[in-house]
Design a protein around this ligand. Sequence first.
Ligand code: GLN
Length: 261
Amino acid sequence: MKNSKKLIAILAVIAIIAGVFVACSAKTSTDENATQASGAESKETLVMATNAEFPPYEFHEGDAIVGIDAEIAQAIADKLGMELKIEDVAFDSIIPGVQAGKYDMGMAGMTVTDERLKSVNFSDSYAKGVQVVIVKEDSDIKSVDDVKGKKIGVQTSTTGDIYASDDYGEENVTKFDNGAVAVQALVSGKVDCVIIDNEPAKSYVEANKGLKILDTAYVEENYAICFNKNDTELQEKVNGALKELIADGTVEKIVSKYIKA
Ligand code: GLN
């Protein structure tokens, strides 16, 4: 009698624990699925689209996506009490995806341009970029002026692509899926130069022998986070967090971790 009472008590405790466990795991899985969770204690998810082929702003390290953008986004999410989820997609599907509401924001070393401002809103700028020209060390392209008439490699839909097509003619521009592939085309002689942002350019030149960056910078630009035009609420929240993170030195600390002066 005593023993069976004990058994019932033990079973009851197990049942309670199991119940709590099921409730908890059910909650986590809804959190993971919901991008618009509104529960008081459940963290809202912040879905960021990027193209993780753009070191040092975003790149793969094992299974993780790391880099300046990934860390700034994490700091923003922490400040807003949100859970950051990063989606790695093609660069040219970031803006359409943000417009369609598939992602809450796009952060990909993305330059603010008038054309893009027609489709999305941008946060305040958190970094500056410069379009540069990568050539082979023994190239006869000595300055930006020599690029005329040469075969130029770019990453599709980036500002490098847009400027190169405008300035040197679409027929001279070969578009690649990402910067790394464009640089491989330069190494193998399929193109004569690559126009791309300066920091990824430095990484690519470091990783491939026989390449250099022309001294003359090409175009200067501002990087910012893009949002759906209807989501000014998130845009304002992120701007608020970003301002604080810039003011307290967090952004600078993240940048200098990846970019050595
Ligand atoms: N800054 C460039 C742009 O916005 C390139 C960005 C990228 O390739 N991730 O087009």
